[in-house]
Design a protein around this ligand. Structure first.
Ligand code: F0G
Length: 479
């Protein structure tokens, strides 16, 4: 048995008695696939996870929640019982119970435990952001930091489930197109599951930190001379020819795993929903996943009201913003994307229809933010002692705009979803603080507004006097 696998005997031996096992044992019929456009319910998905009838995306739904075997009717999913079951698992020494994803497995498609690949993902902190709250004039501002996952981005929560499903299905190879975080995560989980991984990334358009991760975790890494959208096109053709499992967020297992961040967030807030959740939008899988979780939690009466989920894009990579604002969500026009927040440099987001549904169901908004606004927000989150990668900082920048428009009110509770760790893209941070971020770009004129936040490193002689003088000059400036 591979080392990553937790066999049944080990699993149950480690479970404390307080956990009612009957809830945890879900049959494979519990979840079904459904096309988001034509409603077809195929028994299995094609290699590209698209509906064979109409070509749109498929998603999981759970017929057992409203019909099906008695054991899986809502009575078995009693909200109070689920909440205490999930809380009790936090004290379990079993690896699946310790995962912040598998801990919530009652709301996920069933995957036999012997195929589970886990790195202890999820369980990410919910921080208060006191300085950012002061800047924005909010009373209650939180950050759910998904960058505190094993490979330092939110991708791990979806990848643990999708990689496990690929393992169950007997794939030797998994593959993705990526702006860097999906590839890092996939490479790690594939290795843990003794599978090979193929990474397609846009050459020169992803951060070194992310590229180095996929190399270290053992992926076959191909830097293609194109952008992310070009990588997706090649990958879609490849999976039709070769027996590789596609692990981009069109894979519905990814969405299911990523749902757990919202469940965990609500648990951290004692099941009292915040007024707003704000999330960056790239390929739009994450907003779709978090929104799906909110809707399902309300359906199961785990929460009584829905937070508004708003999606923020970089101005240079804003196809979803334009779809909603210009076309009322009736169509999405792909674009050539350009932003230094490379994680969300995406012009043709696959999951835009799922995200639109979430926006409409929760009453959320969509916003766009400039490069200077992103850089400023990132430094402000950093100054709260938290830090995040540029794509995550669009949330704070977007929040400021939503406050200006009166969509968010100062007395409301807001949670920003920070999607990646500050160390994912140190180049951006260093260039920002040295005042070099916008040099030679079309945003050079905006650079001035970011200057007050810049803290360039000082190169000094190894001399006490020089260090004291530096200290005194900063003190004088601050007083
Ligand atoms: N934030 C970060 C740090 C990301 O890496 C991504 C997406 C997003 C936000 C946007 O999330 O695509 O679900 O809307 N990164 C993908 C990747 C595309 O390949 O790593 P989304």
């Amino acid at each position: 048995m591979p080392y990553h696998v937790y066999g049944r005997s080990h699993l149950f031996a480690a479970l404390p008695r307080i956990i009612p096992l009957s809830i945890a044992q879900t049959p494979e019929t519990f979840s079904r696939l459904r096309c988001i456009a034509c409603g077809a319910t195929p028994d299995s998905a094609g290699r590209d996870f698209r509906c064979t009838a109409c070509g749109d995306l498929v998603e999981f739904f759970f017929p057992g929640w409203t019909s099906g075997p008695d054991a899986f009717k809502p009575a078995a999913l009693d909200p109070a019982a689920l909440k205490s079951l999930w809380l009790n698992r936090r004290t379990s020494r079993n690896a699946l119970d310790q995962s912040g994803v598998w801990r919530f497995r009652e709301l996920l498609p069933h995957i036999p435990q012997e195929h589970a690949i886990t790195l202890g993902e999820g369980n990410t902190p919910l921080y208060q952001l006191p300085r950012c709250a002061r800047i924005t004039g909010l009373d209650n501002l939180y950050a759910k930091h998904q960058g505190m996952n094993p490979t330092a981005s939110f991708k791990d929560t979806g990848m643990t489930l999708a990689a496990s499903a690929a393992h169950r299905d007997g794939f030797r190879w998994v593959a993705c197109a990526s702006t860097g975080n999906t590839s890092a995560s996939m490479a790690a989980y594939a290795s843990r599951g003794n599978m090979h991984s193929l990474v397609l990334i846009p050459e020169g358009k992803i951060s070194w930190g992310k590229l180095s991760q996929s190399l270290d975790y053992g992926a076959l890494t191909c830097q293609l001379r194109t952008d992310f959208d070009g990588c997706v096109r090649i990958l879609n053709d490849l999976v039709r020819q070769k027996p590789v499992c596609l692990l981009n967020s069109v894979n519905p297992y990814r969405i299911e795993g990523q749902k757990t961040a919202a469940i965990e967030l609500l648990e951290q807030l004692a099941w009292e929903p915040p007024d707003h959740i704000i999330v960056p939008g790239g390929n739009l899988g994450n907003s779709s996943a978090l929104g799906k979780a909110l809707l399902e939690m309300r359906e199961l009466k785990l929460i009584s009201r829905l937070p508004k989920l708003s999606i923020i894009q970089a101005q240079g990579a804003n196809p979803f913003y334009r779809s909603v604002r210009e076309f009322g969500g009736t169509k999405l026009e792909p674009m050539t994307a350009e932003t230094q927040a490379t994680a969300i440099r995406i012009g043709n987001p696959a999951s835009w229809k799922k995200a639109l549904r979430v926006l409409q169901a929760t009453g959320g908004e969509v916003e766009e933010v400039t490069e200077a606004e992103i850089a400023t927000a990132k430094a402000e989150i950093g100054a709260d002692g938290i830090g995040c990668e540029p794509a995550s900082a669009v949330t704070l920048a977007g929040l400021k705009k939503l406050l200006q428009r009166g969509f968010v009110k100062p007395a409301e509770t807001v949670v920003l979803i920070l999607t990646g760790h500050v160390l994912k893209d140190p180049d951006f941070t260093i260039k920002f603080h040295r005042g070099e971020l916008f040099r030679g770009t079309q945003h050079e004129n905006d650079a001035a507004q970011t200057m007050p936040l810049q803290r360039a490193p000082m190169v000094l002689d190894a001399d006490l006097g020089a260090v004291v003088a530096a200290l005194d000059s900063v003190e004088a400036r601050n007083s």
